[in-house]
Design a protein around this ligand. Sequence first.
Ligand code: GDP
Length: 616
Amino acid sequence: MQAPSLGGVQVPRGNGKTVVRLRHGSSLNDFADKIDANPASLVTVLFHLGEMATATQSLDEDTFGSLAAELGYVIEMVSAEEEDRELLGAFDIDLEAEEAGESDEDLVARPPVVTVMGHVDHGKTKLLDAIRSTDVVAGEAGGITQHIGAYQVVKEHEGVERPITFIDTPGHEAFTAMRARGAQVTDIAILVVAADDGVMPQTIEALNHAQAAGVPIVVAVNKVDKEGSNPAKIRQQLTEYNLVAEEYGGDTMFVDVSAKQGLGIDQLLEAVLLTADAALDLRANPDKDARGVAIEANLDKGRGAVATVLVQSGTLHVGDAIVAGTAYGRVRAMFDEHGGPVAEAGPSRPVQVLGLASVPSAGDTLIVAPEERTARQIAEKREAAERAALLAKRRKRISLEDFTQALAQGKVETLNLVIKGDVSGAVEALEDALLKIDVGDEVELRVIHRGVGAITQNDVNLATVDSAIIIGFNVKFAERVEELADREGVDVRFYSVIYQAIDDVEAALKGMLKPEYEEAQLGTAEVREIFRSSKFGNIAGSIVRSGEIRRNTKARVLRGGKLVADNLTIESLKRFKDDATEVREGYECGIGLGSYNDLQVEDIIETFEMREKPRS
Ligand code: GDP
């Protein structure tokens, strides 16, 4: 139904109950898409409602709300997760229904997945090494365990050999980053506390994160080999944080270990299994298409995209069509942490997967699709959605008022960036850090594209169109791309240290800021006598009282301390009969102020210049 609207524009109207679902960060373009309207007419309608926005600018829920109400629609904001669920639904993939439909018979016990957290230097890395080296399989394989992001060890428990999966990136940052992406991979957290140091800020942070995620904690009291270590004190300290040791009547297991000497590792693994059995029901259906999470990914020169995937349910096979985030492909080969080939991987099993066409991000969910074509379509749809969300999110948000105002004053400047790096983690870290640079509201930083791998023709083309700078972190140009960048005049900068990249961008941002000027006084002169000249206008015979008087500088006139004329210029300056460029304090001179002829004796001529204010 078409009806005249505000501003006389035609916009298809809703009936007051018509629901329009929009993703967070949507723009008028997106809204227009959904109701089949012309974006420009929505801009007009919104304008008549007293708000100014461009068609591509991302708007908040309230703004959409009032616009929708005006046009007879009801807005429902959809989160990225919901949207993705809908997207998968369109391909008949419903992960929630799938899980809900699983009966007890379908479910088989799976190994716990453990993350090691704790304060810096308390021994997380050492402990992960110590646990890894207890692994008999690694010994048998004769191979050293490789770092692929996760590994499994087998522990004999009550006569049964039970695997335990460890996430090989210590610390709660990775844990939290994955959770933020909706991926919960950790079942149990090992909280490492050095017995010679005690509970520290990151200890508390780590346990807060674990508790917030509802993940049970096993405490590893480390460095008990050290003189002066006090394991009892750790138990005491942690009671304050609701971690009460079993021996004190609580339900948290504390194990004294020395990661360095390999002491207590077996007991620690035992405690992990006991805690898992007591607190968790770790079961999954292995007989279905695999569902999992990418926990690490990088681009390998010879092998292409390499992703370590933790299978969470189902079983992953070589040959499966997969999609992880916006990456898709077919599993070409899988390897375990010993570098050995794997044909299939069941629940809680980490494997390195080859065959993805691009590099997924850590925390991306991985699913097996019925066929490769479906995988590709899902990936492409996700990429489009992500690009839209990225545009909205990466734009450093300023309020509508600020934006309009800044726009009106011509103050908006944008620095567009393309970020390429060798691993997705580095790209994300760099991007986050860059977007945190605070340069005030006058400059916008936008990351228009980012990805893993060499700098390609596509990157340069993008940079050309959007006048972006390309930042390469531990990557090079792809073949023949350097010439293209040269030709197009695209600025490409290479870094191997994140901070250098940040420093440079920060400096660039400051350079782009419109300079601020401040007045700097140059000198003053007192008028002693007025000479009339038909040729030059009046000349003020003066004596320089302070600083110096320079030709062509700005001047004003003060009389009895009051300003009588401003915006003048020292148009002529003479020492006796000769032209002078400057006359210093204590000397006499003749000053001509152009057409300003109302000078009087005893007036003060003050000169100044505008200097650019340095930015802090
Ligand atoms: P992270 O920052 O928590 O990963 O700590 P690291 O594993 O890097 O260990 C920090 C330092 O503590 C290193 O110098 C380790 O050698 C040392 N360390 C770790 N575990 C032990 C231990 O059980 N005993 C002793 N004496 N030193 C340890």
